[in-house]
Design a protein around this ligand. Sequence first.
Ligand code: BTN
Length: 262
Amino acid sequence: MEKERNILYFESIDSTNVQAGREAANGAVSGTLVVADRQTAGRGRRGRTWESPAGRNLYFSLLLRPELAVEKASMLTLVMALAVVHALEKLTEADLSESSAKSKSPQIKWPNDIVLSGKKVCGILTEMSVLPNRIEHVIIGVGINVYQQEFAPGLADKATSLEAEWGQKLSRERLLGAVMDAFEEYYDLFLQMGDLKMLQNIYNHKLVNLNREVRVLDPKGEFTGIATGINERGELCVKLPDGQIAEVYAGEVSVRGIPGYV
Ligand code: BTN
């Protein structure tokens, strides 16, 4: 990854993803990081909003200009998910008592939610601008619930925060630094191969869905099967009752555990 660093901090912004898009339009370099304490119009996947109160959580967006085919952009989301898990593990090794860190280690719900004790603690939204044949830029937006204790009705049984689970205040600055360090490392490995070959095993090791029954909410028709891990393109491999393997592309599809969210 280019080592040039450009970090832009906002106390309050509509959305760090939107701001990163504005920066991109003004020619910002690859590697530009937009961070905010609060978002007034935080965006989630599938047109949802992302609750973004001040002083509680981490909201940031990384602008990249990779020379990649358009269909590979979604893999970057998985690279970021791995980086978040790695950073959380690293900080918890340093900061938490062994018992509390080990009993609640972060996992990935395919493709890119980070979960703790079965609840979502981090979401990632990747957006891109494309030229006819390739990516013009990609924005990877990350929201990590750090100190938030209360969630909107309807989210309370699905969302949690690091403090709620670990009972300890982690520094948001250190967490962000650790995520970026891990991302640089994983992004280099990703670019070397042009896919997730070198990261697939580490990812599968963190996959909460691994060897579990999942329901695939495909707009063309729902189905269930056993998740057997991701392939080198980041698709989720799902073993169907007839033994065939379906390779599920993240785009339009989401996955639920049986029963529940993970
Ligand atoms: C999801 O729905 O799981 C994705 C949530 C992504 C939220 C982050 S917060 C920082 C960045 N800016 C946004 O508006 N969204 C992402």
